[in-house]
Design a protein around this ligand. Structure first.
Ligand SMILES: Cc1cc2nc3c(=O)[nH]c(=O)nc-3n(C[C@H](O)[C@H](O)[C@H](O)COP(=O)(O)OP(=O)(O)OC[C@H]3O[C@@H](n4cnc5c(N)ncnc54)[C@H](O)[C@@H]3O)c2cc1C
Ligand code: FES
Length: 283
């Protein structure tokens, strides 16, 4: 059992949990995730390790309530116990000194990119962090990201904070201003990562995306998370979740995510409407 030590609201419909998980905290690296199961009859869901404290033996998860399990988790509080929590899973992000890096996040991708921003900063890269959200109330982690970024730029769909528009508009602007980017990291809804990838491909900028397909076992056994990368089929849970964006087949990834969205929409429609989620993203 894994005890929830703290729970608070990070943003609209997004919750931050500090969980006692000493073995996970000991080994966690940026880019990795856990698979958790709330109770005996619960399904397993993957959630990125957004932060950790090796001494305290805790990890931090940021979770948007989009469906059955994440809504059940949203009802849990400090003092409650999670039945299983397996991790850290996935390959750690490869982060090296390269120069100037743009770390781009959409929606709950902000939680996933945070440890990567911090590691880029630690290895001496110049870090430009670009955040996109539906509106001001969906934003979180700005101060935390600012602590490890040379600049944080924000775009909201409705213009309620930062500039109005998409996070890709910020990327276009940076490039138009003559900023030389040596690498880009992007995490968020599939269409957003695809758009970032198209822009950076045109400019020849190496780009890493962290993919979040539906997963079942999280250990490479079921094939649910398969994704085409270049000429190969990869399993996101064991080969990823990070891949070279310019090699990812976003069209098939999007198609597969829509198949799952359709099969789940009946049981989740009310929750998704409330969360403002279209089944392809965590916004
Ligand atoms: C490696 C990885 C890391 C992740 N990290 C985080 C994180 O840090 N915080 C967070 O809030 N979420 C994260 N997710 C997404 C999270 O796993 C899903 O939101 C969760 O599994 C949904 O479960 P549910 O039972 O609540 O929803 P369900 O009832 O299963 O589904 C509700 C709706 O959400 C859609 N959905 C389900 N899984 C996904 C998914 N993986 N991506 C997009 N849409 C999905 C379904 O198609 C459906 O339309 C991550 C996913 C992966 C693969
Ligand atoms: S989740 Fe089963 S193979 Fe990746």
């Amino acid at each position: 059992m894994f005890k929830i030590l703290e729970k608070d609201a990070a943003a609209h419909n997004v919750w931050r949990y500090v969980i006692a998980a000493p073995d996970v905290a000991k080994k966690a690296q940026p880019g990795q995730f856990v698979v958790l199961r709330l109770h005996e009859r619960g399904e397993r869901i993957p959630i990125s390790i957004s932060d950790w404290d090796r001494e305290a033996g805790t990890i931090t998860l940021i979770v948007q309530a989009v469906g059955h399990t994440t809504r059940q988790l949203a009802e849990m509080n400090a003092g409650d116990q999670i039945l299983d929590l397996l991790g850290p899973l996935g390959k750690p992000a490869v982060i090296e000194p390269v120069g100037t890096v743009a770390c781009i996040a959409g929606g709950v991708g902000t939680a996933i990119i945070y440890p990567e921003v911090r590691r880029h900063w630690e290895v001496g890269n110049r870090v430009l962090t670009l955040i996109g959200a539906r509106s001001r109330e969906h934003l979180f982690y700005q101060e935390e990201l600012a602590a490890f970024s040379d600049r944080v730029l924000v775009a909201t769909d409705d213009g309620s904070y930062g500039s109005q528009g998409l996070v890709t508009d910020l990327l276009h602007q940076l490039i138009a201003d003559g900023t030389q980017l040596h690498q880009v990291a992007a995490v968020g809804p599939i269409p957003m990562m695809k758009a970032v990838s198209e822009i950076t491909k045109e400019h020849g900028i190496k780009t890493i995306v962290s993919l979040n397909p539906v997963m079942v076992d999280g250990t490479g056994m079921c094939g649910a998370c398969r994704v085409r990368v270049g000429d190969e089929i990869k399993f996101c849970c064991t080969d990823g979740p990070e891949f070279d964006a310019h090699q990812v087949d976003f069209a098939s990834l999007l198609r597969r995510s829509q198949i799952y969205a359709r099969s789940e929409v009946d049981s989740n429609s009310a929750e998704m409407v409330e969360a403002g989620c279209d089944g392809q993203c965590h916004k």
